[in-house]
Each structure stands twice: as structure tokens, then as C-alpha cells.
Ligand binder design. Structure first.
Ligand code: HXC
Length: 514
């Protein structure tokens, strides 16, 4: 064969494979407001940066007439490329080819690119759009899933793993995203569930739509399975592009520094906390008043909003921020907020990202519901995560730091390297009202005017204990600082902690309260 005809044959095969499931299937995909798998990759990655592998992989199944079916690229596109110059490994399931269903070779393409990501020390981005296990391939499809889950677990804490749900992701297929670090969903397009509406109808007799069961809003607001919500695929890709600027390639590197920028002047740090200690405020305004360019990249914004987590920069360096949110449930810790914060803390610790914690909470949420939902076990996760973390840990106590909440929010006792407190900080076993009612119970009960005595005792207790100075006198707080001094103290603390090393006992692994 001449070189010209070899090239012709190459282009013929390539263009056929690239067309995926064909024009009709592509039309259907586009009519649903979805991009094709290939367009998703090219939209997400830097222009001309995508390099594809295994385009000519074919399935080996011959059951159910599968030997007569050609499935281009076996329904998944894999390769490497760059996002804003940042190298990544990527795969995208192609729903136009047999519904993006996962057979053995489809899975092997994914596990191969996962192995590359691990060897090269690069983040992995998986774009999911699939009907799940390819039914015709039976146990081989299940084997494929198992091999992906195994690699997700091996890669955890070694390379960042990002899942994008851009179509159905049903049955056991959801467990690969669940094992990864960040899950992105898009309104009306993403559907995640273990058992679909038909099974629910058969088993439980209940009617529910896919959207109500596991749509994007459900996964970002109710279940907390997803971390980022977008209205369109393009918006979702912008979110991913932003995320990768904050994280390192792998656990042996640090995130790339950015040119430092001061916060924007509209965030007046002095006036964010109200004078009345019972009045709430938005802790995100405070974070924006401190971080570079007031740019706070929030994660899981719509779930467990009583705690706020996300990335920001201080003097150009990425930091992970955790803050109680007084606007929601007074910022208490509960089952979901403990889960949310603990996982984020572990991500930051694994990927060399210093942790900044802003504290203002009355403690753990009391109540039968919380106790029965396991607030003991879930609440312990945040204690475990902070105690385990060896990255630089800096804590700022803004206002209330009561009881277990004080300890849990990265106190000195859990290994914070620096603890700063604002003059408004109240560090105590509990709030003044509760404390006065307990310790002065007899005195109040015997008084001619119990209310007046109670008020006086509350005042006494507040003056004596509800301030940062007793904690500072005991060395539990390193410095009492004013709001406008905070950015400088944080930047300095992070800068001098760059070479921090802290060893933990040798062991196979700890046993966190999962
Ligand atoms: C083989 C599949 C498939 C699958 C879809 N297709 N899912 N082929 N195995 N799992 C094929 C369809 O036959 C069809 O092929 C094409 O993909 C497009 O599918 P449609 O049904 O036309 O698309 P749509 O109407 O949009 O519906 C999408 C869907 C539906 C909701 C995902 O296809 C569906 O319910 N599929 C089955 C889902 C499922 O039960 N999966 C197994 C889950 S169990 P043609 O040739 O007609 O175009 C599982 C276990 C994993 O995943 C365990 C891991 C531990």
C-alpha cells in the first residue's frame, strides 16, 4: 500500500471513530442541551492541547449480537491535555455510543488513563454520561467498574480527582464520583442515583422523576454528594478551570503561587461583625475582606451552609478556608457540617494546602434528630481531620467559641500552629445565659427578684469569662489581634510555616470515624 493510501485509510478510520454514535445520536444529544463528549473535552481544555489515545479500541463481546455492533472508541474518549497550561488526564463517556455504557474495554481505557495520571502525577478529570454497566457484557462490565473503584481509592490523596456528571450516572456507577475529590453537576442535565425511578416504583410503589430523585439541585442542596452546581455545561467548565488554579498537580507539589493582590476596599473588615453579639453576619464577607483580591472560591455552597469551606489566596499562596457561618443556624456544628469540613480538611492536608479556620459558633447542635443521626460519630470526624492534619494550621477566633465547638474548630489542643483571637472573642464552656443558670441556680432561685439576679450573674460571667484574655493568659491563644491586623498576621504565619514538618506515629493507617 502506498503512503498516500495508508494515510487515506488512517483518515477514513479516524473520522469514522471520531463521529461516535453518528449524526442522529449527536442530534439527540445536542437537542437535550448537552455537548458531545469530544466537544466537552475541547471546551474544557486549552485549544489544541488535547491528545487522544486508544481511539481504535474495540469491544470483545459477542453475546446478544454484539459481534455485529461497532462501538466507536468503545464509547469513551481518553487522553491528556492542559487547562490554563496545567497538565491533566481526562476521559469523557460518549452517550451517543450505546448510551456511554461501560463494557470491559471501555473500562480498560479509563483505568489506563487513570494509571497514567498516577504515574505522571497529574490530576484526573472524568466526565460521566452513561447508562451504566453495559448490560450485554454482564459480569465483565461489573469487573470494569470494580477496577475503576480500586484505582480511585489508590489515587485518593495522591492526585486530585475531579468528576463531572453530564448525563445519567446511575447504579454502582455513582461510586467512582463518590470516591473522587470534587463532583460537578449541571442543572437539568446531571442525574445521579443508585436505584432509578422504575425500581422505586416497583419496590416501594412511589412515583418520582429522575430530576427529583437525583438531579443537580438534589445532589448539591440535599445529599451533599456534589460540590459545584452550574446552570450550563460551559459554566461548569469555567468552575473546573478555576478550581485547578488553586490545587497542585499531585501530593508532592504545592499549588502554583499567584501574584499577590490586596482585598477589595468594599469589604470593610472592621464593620463586618455586628456590635450585638446575637446578630448574625456573613462570614464570607469577612473572608473576602482578608484574602487576595477578595476572591473566595466556595465549595459545597448550597449544602450544610452553617459551615463555609473553600479556597482563597494569601499573598499569592493558596489556603483552604473553613469558617462557621453565623447566618445559618448560628454556625453550629452538626452531622452534615462536620462531614463537609472534615473531608475538605483532609483534602487540604493531603495536597499541602495550609488551613485557615475562622471560629464563631455556639457549639454542636443539640436535639434528638442530631443525636439519632449520629452527631457523635459525624462530629468526631472534624476532630479527627484537624488532629491528623500536618499542614500549617492557623485559627482566628472571631466571636463565640463555646464548649466542644471551641475545641473542634482547630484549637491549639488539636494542633493549631497559631491561634489568634479578636477582642470580641468569647471563649468559654458555654454561653453566659446557660452558664449563669447552672452555676448560680441556687442563688437565682432564692433571690427576691430572680430575673434581676440572673441578669446580674450573666453580666458578671460575661465580664469574667466571655473574652479572649483568660485563654491568652493560659497560652491557648497566641495573640489577641484587631480585625485589620488579621491579614498581616495570617500572611506572616503562612510564610514562616513553609518548611513546617510534623511527624505522626508510624502506622498502616488510622481509623477515622467514617
Ligand atoms: C447497554 C445501553 C445501556 C446499558 C443505555 N443503553 N443504557 N446499552 N447497556 N446499560 C443504550 C440503549 O439501548 C440505546 O441504544 C442507547 O444506549 C441510548 O439509550 P436510550 O434509552 O435511548 O436513552 P434515554 O432515553 O436518554 O435513556 C437513558 C437511560 C436509559 C435513562 C440511561 O438508557 C436507561 O435506563 N438505561 C439503562 C440503565 C441501567 O439500568 N443501567 C444498568 C445499571 S446497573 P440504541 O442502540 O437503541 O441507541 C449498573 C451496575 C453497576 O450500572 C454496578 C457497579 C458496581
Amino acid at each position: 500500500m502506498s503512503i498516500a493510501s495508508q494515510m487515506l485509510e488512517y483518515f477514513r478510520r479516524k473520522s469514522k471513530a471520531i463521529l461516535g454514535g453518528g449524526e442522529k445520536a449527536i442530534e439527540k444529544q445536542v437537542s437535550l442541551g448537552k455537548l458531545t463528549a469530544r466537544d466537552r473535552i475541547t471546551t474544557l481544555l486549552d485549544q489544541e492541547s488535547f491528545h487522544e489515545y486508544d481511539l481504535f479500541v474495540e469491544h470483545k463481546c459477542s453475546d446478544f449480537n454484539m459481534d455485529k455492533k461497532q462501538l466507536p472508541a468503545d464509547g469513551v474518549i481518553t487522553g491528556t491535555g492542559k487547562i490554563s497550561g496545567f497538565p491533566i488526564c481526562v476521559y469523557a463517556q460518549d452517550f451517543t455510543v450505546a448510551g456511554g455504557s461501560l463494557g470491559l474495554m471501555h473500562a480498560r481505557k479509563i483505568t489506563k488513563i487513570m494509571d497514567h495520571a498516577m504515574k505522571l502525577g497529574l490530576p484526573l478529570i472524568g466526565i460521566n454520561d452513561s447508562g451504566g454497566a453495559r448490560i450485554q457484557e454482564g459480569v465483565n462490565s461489573l469487573a470494569g467498574y470494580g477496577e475503576i473503584f480500586f484505582r480511585n481509592t489508590q489515587a485518593s490523596g495522591v492526585i486530585p480527582q475531579i468528576s463531572v456528571i453530564l448525563g445519567p450516572c446511575a447504579g454502582g456507577a455513582v461510586y467512582s464520583p463518590a470516591l473522587t475529590d470534587f463532583v460537578f453537576v449541571v442543572d437539568k442535565i446531571s442525574k445521579m442515583f443508585i436505584t432509578g425511578p422504575e425500581v422505586i416504583k416497583t419496590v416501594l410503589g412511589e412515583e418520582i422523576s429522575m430530576e427529583e430523585l437525583g438531579g443537580a439541585r438534589v445532589q448539591t442542596e440535599i445529599s451533599g454528594n456534589a460540590h459545584f452546581f452550574a446552570h450550563t455545561e460551559e459554566e461548569c467548565f469555567e468552575q473546573i478551570k478555576k478550581l485547578v488554579t488553586f490545587i497542585p498537580w499531585n501530593n508532592r507539589k504545592r499549588p502554583d503561587p499567584f501574584p499577590p493582590k490586596p482585598p477589595k476596599p468594599e469589604y470593610d473588615i472592621d464593620s463586618i461583625i455586628p456590635v450585638n453579639p446575637r446578630q448574625p453576619y456573613d462570614v464570607r464577607d469577612l473572608i473576602r475582606g482578608i484574602c487576595d483580591d477578595s476572591d473566595f472560591f466556595e465549595i459545597q455552597e448550597h449544602w450544610a451552609a452553617n459551615i463555609v469551606i473553600g479556597f482563597a489566596r494569601l499573598n499569592g499562596e493558596t489556603v483552604g478556608v473553613v469558617g462557621n457561618q453565623p447566618l445559618v443556624l448560628a454556625g453550629v456544628l452538626d452531622v452534615d457540617s462536620s462531614d463537609k469540613a472534615a473531608r475538605f480538611i483532609r483534602f487540604c492536608d493531603a495536597f499541602n494546602i495550609p488551613l485557615i479556620t475562622f471560629v464563631d459558633l455556639p457549639g454542636y447542635l443539640p436535639g434528638v434528630d442530631q443525636e439519632h443521626a449520629g452527631v457523635i460519630r459525624h462530629g468526631a470526624k472534624i476532630l479527627y481531620a484537624y488532629s491528623e492534619a500536618t499542614v500549617p494550621k492557623v485559627t482566628v477566633i472571631l466571636r463565640k467559641a463555646y464548649g466542644g465547638g471551641y475545641i473542634a474548630m482547630c484549637s491549639r489542643h488539636l494542633g493549631a500552629d497559631f491561634v489568634f483571637a479578636w477582642p470580641s472573642a468569647e471563649i468559654a464552656v458555654m454561653g453566659p445565659e446557660g452558664a449563669a443558670n447552672i452555676i448560680f441556680r441556687n442563688e437565682i432561685a432564692k433571690a427576691d427578684d430572680p430575673d434581676a439576679v440572673r441578669q446580674q450573674k450573666v453580666l458578671e460571667y460575661t465580664e469574667k469569662f466571655a473574652n479572649p484574655y483568660i485563654a491568652a493568659a493560659n497560652g491557648h491563644v497566641d495573640a489577641v489581634i484587631g480585625p485589620t491586623e488579621t491579614r498581616d498576621f495570617l500572611i506572616h504565619a503562612i510564610e514562616i510555616s513553609r518548611s513546617k514538618t510534623e511527624l505522626r506515629p508510624e502506622r498502616k493507617h488510622g481509623i477515622p470515624p467514617f
